[in-house]
Design a binder for this molecule. Structure first.
Ligand code: GLA
Length: 382
């Protein structure tokens, strides 16, 4: 992949690039908890976005996306949101730097990768992270990793229009092979938890759908959580996020006023508690117990948080009947993308072949399966 992007860059721009890469991520548990200041448990995977880049002596910015075979050019002094969606992830990062007062010249860049797009594996966060570590390096900006993480997240808010939490960018920046990251999304304190899955593999089943509700409904969920908090804070001003609330407070102050908001908030509070227990399961190597929690999470996301879809529900219902699948759930923002499954190692192939046929028959869509191998966070490849 590195050689491929290097050659592509040389072909297009006739000079030698610097090369960087940022990984996609899975999330073991803790969905829709990050923007509620809760905990998440993601891991970087060995699928990457690669960025080949070189400074220019003038103000032009020339981008090329290998996946789309598309060019995009602009002027560094006129960075704005574009109708070319893939370019927005890079431009949003440049805009963040400029907002912080950094002045950079033009540059040439080629972007390529093997993270499937729209699969809920955070290819967009990986583009943002690769862009920021690349610009930080070639322009010697001296930014710390955590600052870059926050700027990559902000780029998603402003240029992609998704009011996301910090999980995806954090995982892509701080991932460590063989480990999940237990991240406290309030303090940003984190801990690497060894992913000892004794005899199990992480299998991702891609529905190959991405319903276009995804970003608007995502932003609505975030507002609903904030509304729930405001109902409680009216009585307990010290409550600042769902992280601080109890189920009892939700029953008392939210349920009578707005039952739908109550359902949303209840899911989040339960999920946060579940994550803390799941970390103990991992430490004890109790994969069965971890798997059961994943099924519970799916149930919550599907019925109470309502961010699933029939394709995801089909996949989870199917594996829930198989004794060799310890757990499964939809992963990421929802409305399409992948399910994450814990599958007994020697049954992985059997599962993939069975479920692919069943899914294709039922949904009239292809199913794509990947075995997730953990990897390291964003890095230079030179
Ligand atoms: C998307 C967002 C994350 C997180 C997940 C849901 O991936 O980018 O910040 O909220 O959805 O857990």
């Amino acid at each position: 992949m590195k050689e491929k992007i290097r050659n592509l860059f040389i072909e297009k721009f006739a000079k030698e690039p610097s090369i960087f890469r940022s990984p996609g991520r899975v999330n073991i548990l803790g969905e829709h908890t990050d923007y509620n200041e809760g905990f998440v448990l993601p891991a970087a995977i060995d699928k990457y976005i690669y960025l080949a880049i070189s400074k220019r002596n003038d103000d032009s910015v020339n981008l090329y996306a290998a996946d789309f075979n598309e060019n995009y050019s602009t002027d560094i002094n006129h960075i704005k949101r574009s109708n070319t969606q893939w370019a927005n992830y890079l431009l949003g990062v440049v805009d963040q730097l400029q907002q912080k007062g950094f002045t950079i010249s033009g540059f040439d860049a080629v972007i390529d990768g093997n993270i499937p797009i729209g699969a809920g594996l955070s290819s967009s966060a990986a583009v943002e992270c690769a862009t920021i570590i690349a610009l930080n390096s070639i322009f010697n900006l001296g930014l710390a990793r955590i600052e870059m993480t926050a700027m990559a997240q902000k780029a998603e808010h402003t240029y992609a229009g998704v009011n996301c939490g910090i999980m995806d960018q954090f995982a892509s920046m701080f991932g460590k092979a063989g480990h999940a990251i237990k991240l406290d999304c309030r303090s940003l304190e984190y801990e690497y938890v060894p992913l000892k899955l004794d005899g199990y593999r992480i299998v991702l089943l891609n529905t190959n759908v991405k319903h276009n509700l995804a970003s608007s409904e995502y932003n609505i969920r975030r507002q609903q959580c904030e509304y729930g908090v405001s109902l409680i804070a009216a009585h307990h001003p010290e409550i600042k996020s769902l992280r601080d609330t109890t189920l009892e407070q939700l029953r008392k102050y939210v349920e009578p006023v707005d039952p739908l908001t109550y359902q949303r908030c209840k899911y989040v509070v339960e999920e946060n508690n579940r994550l803390l227990e799941a970390c103990k399961d991992l430490q004890e190597g109790n994969i069965k117990s971890l798997g059961e929690k994943m099924f519970k999470t799916h149930n919550g996301l599907s019925y109470f948080y309502q961010v699933s879809c029939k394709e995801l529900d089909f996949l989870v219902a199917y594996v829930s009947k198989l004794p060799y699948v310890a757990g499964a759930r939809m992963m990421g923002g929802g409305f399409g993308g992948c399910t994450i499954n814990l599958v007994e190692e020697d049954k992985v192939e059997e599962l993939i072949s069975q479920i692919s046929k069943a899914y294709e028959q039922e949904m009239n869509l292809p199913l794509t399966a990947y075995i997730a191998i953990t990897g390291n966070g964003s890095e230079t490849c030179n």
